[in-house]
Design a protein around this ligand. Structure first.
Ligand SMILES: NC(=O)c1ccc[n+]([C@@H]2O[C@H](COP(=O)([O-])OP(=O)(O)OC[C@H]3O[C@@H](n4cnc5c(N)ncnc54)[C@H](O)[C@@H]3O)[C@@H](O)[C@H]2O)c1
Length: 326
């Protein structure tokens, strides 16, 4: 297959490009490099371009026939989305409309979209299934939910076939150590914990120690980035074989607490990781864990790396190799 990977220079997209290459597919990565890295695109062609640039997208679609598009491009910081909603609606929603129009114009009907557990907001149940009605509580989550609804309307009216994949916490790194997470600034727990292990941060803040959870800290679902990549390829194959649109959670199904993440990171790295216990952050649900059984049923997908040890070991290999280079 020929796959156009929008946002393929970012964390998850760059792993996807490598995964597709391994599976024998060709890729063109289209990324404005606002948060991505050209040297993370290890295979195929990289085109530097802005998603909201319709004429550039039309040129790309005219240059070859794409069997499917995978769309990872997005601004991803929840707090920033509340301070600067206009940027988020322009980048995540309006640009997605531009992409949908360019795809329609080019006759490319298959799309896999990076959605998020943020569409659920603060769900009342611990293990969230796709039946849970979306109710996002921040602008970032609303852009994802609105994009899903837009795709659904395009499917009904114009025959778009899409898979909206709602990831929980993407984590880990390429098991071979070539790629990893390089967000700047970093807001995700595991890379921050590993930065503390490397002495790049003085400590790691635990935001709330009085939640109704076994150790008082929040429980989250960490899903290995390589498992996410595999689910995307299975989703495209399912779009081809069955034709119907999909909305699926992608998660581990297991909740790990902040303290568990820090303890496993101490074991894996063999380093001290100082912590600072802080008050809760408003808006954080105590537990957010995926019920990803539908992805298992429809795609035959099961995480290959569900263990927190593996996720942190792979992330550590990446972080520590960067530490030697820098
Ligand atoms: N990382 C997670 O835990 C997580 C969880 C749920 C959902 N997601 C979603 O997965 C996707 C990928 O996340 P990530 O962590 O890899 O983020 P990332 O920031 O590393 O990658 C996003 C990429 O998109 C590019 N991009 C952004 N806006 C663009 C635009 N307008 N035009 C062209 N390129 C643009 C960036 O330069 C970057 O390379 C996002 O859509 C995100 O919302 C991520």
């Amino acid at each position: 297959m020929n796959i156009l990977v929008i946002g393929g220079a970012g964390y998850i997209g760059s792993h996807m490009v490598k995964f597709l290459h391994r599976a024998g597919h060709d890729t063109v990565t289209y990324d404005n490099l606002s948060n991505g890295h050209a040297d993370a695109v290890l295979h195929g062609t990289l085109i530097e371009g802005e998603l909201n640039d319709r004429s550039h997208l039309d040129e790309v679609f005219a240059s070859r026939r794409f069997d499917a598009v995978m769309h990872f491009a997005s601004l991803i910081e929840v707090g920033e989305s509340m301070r600067e909603p206009a940027r988020y609606y322009a980048n995540n929603l309006a640009a997605t409309l531009t992409l949908l129009e360019a795809m329609r114009n080019a006759g490319c009907d298959n799309l896999v979209f990076s959605s998020s557990a943020a569409v659920y907001g603060k769900p009342p149940t611990a293990a969230v299934s796709e039946d849970q009605p979306p109710s996002p509580i921040n602008s970032y989550g609303r852009t994802k939910w609105m994009a899903e609804q837009m795709m659904s309307d395009f499917a009904a009216a114009y025959g778009l076939r899409y898979a909206a994949l709602r990831y929980f916490n993407a984590a880990g790194a390429d098991p071979e150590g070539e790629l990893g997470e390089r967000h700047e600034p970093e807001t995700h727990l595991i890379p921050l914990v590993l930065a503390a292990a490397l002495g790049r941060r003085t400590n790691i803040s635990i935001l709330g120690t009085d939640y109704p959870t076994p150790d008082g800290t929040c429980l989250r679902d960490y899903i290995h980035v390589w498992d996410l990549a595999r689910a995307h390829l299975l989703a495209v194959e399912r779009l081809f074989s069955h034709g119907e649109c999909l909305t699926l959670n992608l998660g581990n199904g297991d909740g790990f607490s902040v303290r568990q993440v820090i303890d496993v990171a101490r074991r894996v790295t063999g380093r001290e990781i100082p912590v600072a216990e802080c008050p809760r952050r408003p808006g954080d649900p105590p537990v957010l864990v995926a019920d990803a059984s539908l992805a298992g049923k429809l795609l035959g997908w099961m995480p290959e790396y569900p263990a927190l040890e593996d996720i942190i070991t792979h992330a550590w290999r990446w972080e520590s190799s960067r530490a030697t280079i820098n």
